[in-house]
Design a protein. Structure first.
Length: 351
């Protein structure tokens, strides 16, 4: 055993404290742009402070946490770091939206082997964009530089959102009944789910990120594969305010697709009948299915197939809700209805 005669530093061990502080200074203006009523502290403290808004009789906090998954591997390989932060926010805020909650604030966790301030700032810039879109504040986070844990140029992301809803207005799905209408809001692509299968298909086909794809000559394959997860918060919250109890249940279509996510809000005596011809699947899903020789049932069990969020609504307000959401910029389809569950069919079946 030999002792080093030269004093060692943390930087020589692989952790650059100065780079970390530089990143904090880059993040502060990003976070400041997301400020909203209730924020009591900025980035850099030991904890983010947020005051519960006034006007609630029985406020309930709703929290959600998620990551981006193996979509990050494509971000590394294709040098696409600016939108995965949007994915990170979207996966949590869309989840808590399902229960009628308005997102209040978000915190992120960025872990890497060697910190690149430029890459990390690009990622967090996407987090800030996602927070702006969803109306929540970025009030804190953590950057962890851990040499030996991640190869250089790679990182992992996690985050969580906290929202609020009046206890009497929590949307649970309990009131869903036979005859209710299922509306589907269009997705921007695969969002952040199914990327282990997507990457497998890309490897098998040799598809390149810059190859032409789709009808728009200015867009490339990577633009479709890496399109950030759509955030549904603001138009859906407005719809909840207008239609109230007519909106009986909602589902964020993540891993498991329509097949696995819709049953999460259904009682045992009902099922969802989906007309898969009621919307046109985006071309990226047709490509994945054909190039990967993926069965139709597997497509609907893995991917959102073009429907990123589902709302179950009373038939009397279905058309008005569809019009309102369409006017707000959403692509909305009436994709099915609630039917009796005979116990013989799956909880979601396709007509």
């Amino acid at each position: 055993m030999s002792n080093s005669k030269t004093p060692l530093t943390y930087r020589e061990a692989g952790v650059d404290i100065d780079a970390g502080e530089s990143l904090v200074q880059r993040i502060k203006p990003i976070a400041a742009k997301t400020n909203r009523d209730g924020v009591l502290s900025g980035i850099g403290g030991f904890g983010g402070l947020f005051q519960i808004p006034s006007g609630y009789k029985e406020p309930v906090l709703v929290s959600g946490t998620d990551g981006v998954g193996t979509k990050l591997r494509l971000a590394f390989e294709w040098h696409r770091h600016d939108t995965v932060g949007i994915d990170l926010v979207a996966m949590s805020v869309n989840d808590i939206l399902v229960q009628g909650a308005e997102p209040l604030y978000f915190l992120d966790y960025f872990a890497c082997g060697k910190l690149s301030v430029d890459i990390a700032a690009s990622v967090v810039g996407g987090v800030g964009t996602g927070c702006k879109i969803s109306g929540c504040a970025l009030i804190g986070g953590e950057t962890a530089e851990m040499p030996g844990m991640y190869p250089e140029g790679e990182y992992d992301l996690a985050g969580f959102a906290v929202g609020i809803v009046e206890k009497s207005k929590i949307i649970t799905g309990e009131s869903i009944k036979e005859g209710d209408i299922i509306l589907g809001l269009g997705s921007s692509g695969p969002h952040s789910n199914g990327y282990s299968l997507i990457r497998k298909i890309i490897d098998l086909t040799g598809a390149k990120p810059d190859m032409p794809f789709g009808e728009n000559p200015s867009k490339k394959f990577a633009d479709y594969v890496m399109a950030p997860t759509r955030i549904y918060v603001k138009p859906v919250l407005e719809a909840i305010k207008k239609f109230g109890d007519s909106i009986k249940g909602m589902a964020h279509i993540t891993g498991g697709g329509l097949t696995e996510n819709i049953p999460r809000i259904l009682k045992n005596n009902i099922a969802a009948q989906i007309n898969k011809n009621s919307w046109t699947k985006p071309e990226i899903f047709n490509w994945l299915q054909s190039q990967g020789n993926v069965e139709e049932s597997e497509m609907h069990r893995v991917f959102n197939c073009g429907i990123g969020f589902v709302i179950v609504v009373d038939p009397k307000d279905a058309q008005a809700l569809k019009t309102m959401l369409s006017d707000s910029g959403e692509v909305v389809h009436e994709i099915g209805q609630i039917v009796a569950n005979t116990g013989l069919a799956p909880r979601v079946f396709y007509a």
